[in-house]
Write a protein that binds this ligand. Structure first.
Ligand code: GLC
Length: 729
């Protein structure tokens, strides 16, 4: 139900003014946007982060609108605004929803302080194909983890309810199924079966809507042949009726006008009509919006004024909920203080430490013993590239305050050991220009130390010489931040450029070597897993990344991250994930290729610690329960080391028979638990109808079967500790 103010405004507004409220402009063509502003033709803007500019735009909006309607300002505050957190896939790897909520609370505070009211986050697209660059922006392959991360981000961004003065509207995206792009090619069509749609891709959106998200962003691509942005089944039947969403729906950039590009709409006017009639409320446009034809569409009876009013009502209501009619201006001095808050940097450092995943640690190669080191060789382009340390989807950052891995290590070894640095092998430019370069948003810069073009052979020799003279070589490899993210899909997962050769030459010196990865997708590191004893994945760790990485390498922080995706051996195995059905003789289950293992390099949920953990004494409270009853599964988690640590105990379920074939392992619970050295903690999991419910293609409906269930608990999807229980009619 909307307020008297909203209804009064609706009653006074012309159709042109109403359509203006349904248009959001990128603040790129500044003059064009300001012309529209002057005649009240803009409801929202994006790509402005300067509080002074935002104050000016709000003033223009109020003056340009007969009804004093303020602008709703949205932006891609994906993993921080000025304080940059680790990229979202990294935060997901922490499996720490409290941390994720705290990080997004900081991001919301900084965004609101400058006059941004709405974050185009969380990105909740399930991704099971690492060729797709936007895997980095989400929470990986699993609907349970993805849903929990989505809900935590919504809570952090919005607070308990919309309207808090230091929070923003959360805008889960991209609705829906964008991560299933054909061939992992960004923007390509997604053809998704109903059972995958309901059981996998829709789940994180359900969790986000249930957490109260105020906005949803429609996706670019064709979903089963119908563009998401013009898909009434998706935007109305599923989003409104099935999920009960009551907020407003925004298109992706130009995705409404692109209904014409899809050859779905006849022309731009038809695109606007079909988008709004499908359920789109607000068009995000760079220029020449499809909604620009809606006034004529109403006159021609193609769109009812009631449908227009429905969308305008949603937008005016959210502006009212945010208090924008009372005060829309920000205090620029206060904004500067909020952006500089040192407490925010501490959360970023903690987040970077908790997100890292220790993939390999043979013979306790890590943590390093600082006292035993007199010379440390740091090698790699990414080790000292501030822009790459932040990862993609960041705009209002401060490179001068960004702590690279080299910075972090130099600070820790100052006065104790000599730290040398060599790029070793410069990362190549992308073959094709990145989207952000096109948008003038800059791209990855060179390492700080690189001032002139590299003489590749000489630089490689220099790095090898440094390694030869050092007590340990820390090699930082991965992808440049513009090699992943939007418009950054790949046909290969190899380490770009000569990075593998660099690693091989460093290892060949015989100096103990640690591989540190900066990435947002699994990369081909098979050689490293056979030849490098210690591999730590730090993702793109953000503003305080280098400080956190130094903490981890030296043992002041203990890794506890777990992979939010399955790590393939080769791109030929893709798509690959943990929740596959039996579908064939299990003894042959994992030998499907003749030329490659069918098992992953690392399973979903994998991650080591400096502590070691054992799971034991698994038990269910009841061996048999009714269809609508739950069992409680209990397990001991023992820290068998002398180091305090944190384990993420994971519970996987397999239903042995039923209405559909069910995955051999499906994550259905996890507990992130601190266990002191030598101690044992007992954890419990509830496995009830909610965990056993799924949508079946046999009945085309949701079912909870009577069956026998295998339960596995451990530190990854490869858990072997098992028990079972039965559900009877
Ligand atoms: C981009 C992305 C979307 C982003 C929007 C605004 O193309 O698909 O995630 O929020 O445009 O930048």
């Amino acid at each position: 139900m909307s307020s008297p103010r909203v209804e009064n405004l609706l009653a006074q507004m012309t159709t042109a003014e109403k359509v203006g409220q349904l248009t959001q402009y990128f603040y790129f063509q500044v003059d064009e946007v300001e012309e529209h502003l002057a005649r009240g033709g803009v409801g929202s803007v994006l790509f402005v982060t300067d509080p002074a500019v935002l104050n000016r735009l709000q003033k223009q909006a109020l003056e340009g609108s007969r009804h004093q309607i303020p602008l709703l300002v949205g932006f891609d505050v994906i993993h921080g605004l000025r304080t940059i957190f680790p990229v979202p896939i990294a935060l997901a790897a922490s499996w720490d929803t409290d941390l994720i909520e705290r990080a997004q609370t900081v991001a919301a505070r900084e965004a609101r302080a400058v006059g941004i009211h709405w974050a185009f986050a969380p990105m909740v697209d399930i991704a099971r194909d690492p060729r797709w660059g936007r895997m980095i922006e989400g929470a990986g392959e699993d609907p349970l983890l993805g849903g929990d991360v989505a809900a935590a981000q919504v809570r952090g961004l919005q607070g308990a309810q919309l309207g808090d003065s230091d929070r923003v509207v959360a805008g889960p995206k991209h609705f829906a199924g964008y991560g299933a792009a054909l061939g992992g090619r960004d923007y390509d069509e997604a053809d998704i079966s109903d059972q995958e749609f309901y059981n996998v891709y829709l789940e994180p959106f359900r969790a986000a809507v249930d957490a109260g998200a105020g906005n949803i962003m429609a996706a670019y691509m064709d979903l089963n042949g119908v563009p998401a942005t013009g898909n009434r089944w998706l935007l109305t039947d599923i989003l409104r009726e099935h999920l009960g969403f009551e907020g407003f729906v925004v298109s992706d950039a130009n995705s409404a006008r692109d209904l014409w590009t899809h050859h779905f709409a006849r022309d731009l006017a038809d695109a606007g009509v079909r988008a709004i009639n499908a359920g789109l409320d607000l068009e995000m446009a760079i220029h020449d919006p499809a909604f620009g034809h809606l006034e004529a569409a109403v006159e021609n009876g193609l769109v009812t004024i009631e449908r227009i009013d429905e969308s305008v009502r949603r937008l005016l209501t959210v502006k009212e909920q945010l208090g924008l009619f009372e005060n829309v201006f920000v205090d620029e001095a206060v904004a500067a203080q909020v952006l500089a808050d040192p407490a925010h940097r501490e959360v970023a450092r903690e987040a970077a430490a908790r997100s890292a995943v220790l993939l390999r640690n043979e013979d306790g190669a890590l943590p390093l013993d600082a006292d035993a080191l007199s010379k440390v060789a740091v090698i790699g382009h990414l080790a000292d590239s501030p822009r790459d340390t932040l990862g993609p989807w960041v705009f209002d950052y401060d490179l001068d305050e960004t702590v690279t891995i080299l910075d972090g290590l130099r600070a820790r070894f100052e006065g104790r050991a000599e730290v040398t640095y060599a790029v070793g092998a410069a990362l190549p430019e992308r073959t094709y220009e990145s989207m952000f370069e096109e948008m003038g948003q800059g791209t990855s810069g060179p390492p700080r130390g690189l001032t002139e073009p590299i003489d590749a052979p000489a630089e490689l020799d220099r790095a090898v010489a440094h390694a030869s003279e050092a007590d340990v070589a820390i090699v930082v490899l991965g992808e440049r931040q513009d090699m992943i993210g939007e418009g950054a899909s790949r046909a290969s997962l190899e380490l770009p450029g000569d990075q593998l050769r660099l690693l091989q030459e460093v290892v060949a010196t015989g100096t103990p070597t640690v591989l540190v990865l900066m990435n947002g997708r699994p990369l081909d590191i098979v050689w490293a897993t056979e030849n490098v004893p210690a591999i730590l994945d730090v993702w793109y760790p953000g503003t305080q990344g280098g400080a956190a990485v130094a903490d981890l390498l030296l043992g002041d922080a203990v890794p506890a991250g777990k992979l939010p995706f399955t790590w393939p051996r080769s791109v030929g195995q893709v798509p690959i994930h943990h929740a596959v059905t039996r579908s064939h003789d299990p003894s042959k289950q994992w030998r499907r290729y003749w030329d490659e293992e069918s098992t992953p390099l690392f399973p979903f949920g994998h991650g080591l610690s400096y502590a070691t953990f054992e799971h034991s004494r698994i038990a269910v409270d009841r061996a048999s329960v009714g269809r609508d009853e739950s069992v409680t599964v209990s397990v001991d988690v023992t820290n068998t080391s002398s180091v305090d640590g944190v384990e993420v105990a994971q519970l996987y379920l397999h239903q042995r028979h039923g209405t559909s074939s069910r995955p051999m392992r499906q994550l259905k619970g996890y507990r992130r638990i601190a266990v002191a050295a030598g101690a044992t903690e007992r954890v419990t999991f509830e496995v009830g109808p909610a965990q056993r419910r799924y949508w079946s293609a046999a009945t085309r409906d949701w079912v909870v079967d009577a069956s026998t269930f295998d339960v596995y608990v451990g530190g990854s999807a490869a858990a072997e500790l098992a028990t079972e229980f039965t559900v009877t009619d």
